[in-house]
Ligand binder design. Sequence first.
Ligand SMILES: [Zn+2]
Length: 214
Amino acid sequence: MYSDGKVLNDNLITTPQKMIMCPSCGHVFWIENPVEPLITYDKPDAEVYSWNTWRFFGISFSDNKGKLALINHYKTFLKKSHYDPRKEIYLRRFLWWAYNDLHRNHQHVRLRYWLNGFMSFGVWHCNRKLILEGEKLFIKSYKDFTANLTRLMALLEKHPEEQIDLELPEIHRELRQFDKVKELLEKTGSRTHFTNELLRHSKWKDARVFMVSG
Ligand SMILES: [Zn+2]
């Protein structure tokens, strides 16, 4: 789990995808009550589009071009239509996560991570290049990133029932409003590993998304 609320399981996001774009005609539709897809090895009766052609609009998370394409999808959706607050929150949250994907796991660029022996030098070095390039792209889109996050925060303040646990303090931290993080966390009172980490990163004036557990 990451500080922005994105949870990955085997590198796959666990939050259900509610907005799907048809790989054939490009029509966009919402699934209000997503259910776990049925996994079967039976050959389908008709031609079907495979999961990865429509999942996250067919983009690839393994390179920065795919990550930028995902950002552009969400930005286009938001520009094209007017959504009710719940849908806008959903889209802006996914757009936030998509921006953070550009430099998620930034701690992996450290030499220490390679020395820990999780991966070969070649894989580490390649991954490092990808994240550093992603960081540059993140900085380039910083104005759009903050505009989206500011709007998301306003929506969540109006609709507290849509908030994920500790989402508001994290948004303040990523917007570099570090004093506000402290203030909000003092109000909630309870101390967990996550709240301690939020305070620690705020004290360092570190606004980057980080891994909480996993
Ligand atoms: Zn279609």
